[in-house]
Design a protein around this ligand. Sequence first.
Ligand code: PGA
Length: 260
Amino acid sequence: MKTLVANWKMHVGIRESAALARAALLALRGRAHAPDVVVCPPFTALADVHKIVARSHVAVGAQDLFWEETGAFTGEISPRMVAETGAAYAIVGHSERRRLFGETDETVGKKTAAALAHRLTPVVCVGETAEERAAGRTEAVIGRQLRAAFASAALHEGSRVLIAYEPVWAIGSGHPASPQDAVAAHAFLRRVFRDEVKGGGRAREGVLYGGSVDADNAFALLREDEIDGILIGGASLNAAQFTAIVAAAGDVLEGLASRS
Ligand code: PGA
């Protein structure tokens, strides 16, 4: 299976989120081979978007969450509040949150654990900066981020987690990682997850790529077996682009079906 996660960031309100959600439903309609689609509107639009996509193959995710259940935490949104909207996923540790809002490996770990405890599928983002990459530290950085994200997480039988490899230099830059570089990073992350995080457990992981994915490069990324899906920012705000990305995923899935 291939999974497409659309991260609408703080670009759209309730009305625009509803329109994008309807466009996502239309993009999937009638396709014999359709990817799993997760749309992530701002918190204020989660419940409305969930009503629109209920009983479809489109799921809803939050862009963040706090780790406590309830309490005096002005401005925060708890995992239970996220789940109450009908959302089934939560993005955790996006580089914008790390860079602009002081998230650390430790807080990302608390959020991942909280999401899993509430049966939300975390979409854990990791990625190196341009400087870290130039210094040959990509694996050291993303390995550290991944281990920290799951340091206190209880993985249940049947838990599903998504790991998004999002090189910071590729986000919003128009310069995605090459499929080969993404494959190498994915293979590394999967190995760390399987050997050091999951242990003998039966949690299932998917490794997604994110950073300047668009209709032109989606097929080349998605056709790689190592790439279980993509996290799409800017291009997911344009219904025509998003529809073309869904079509690219459909083509890949059709190819996979004919291979087996
Ligand atoms: P982009 O964003 O697709 O606009 O590069 C990806 C992300 O930030 O998740």
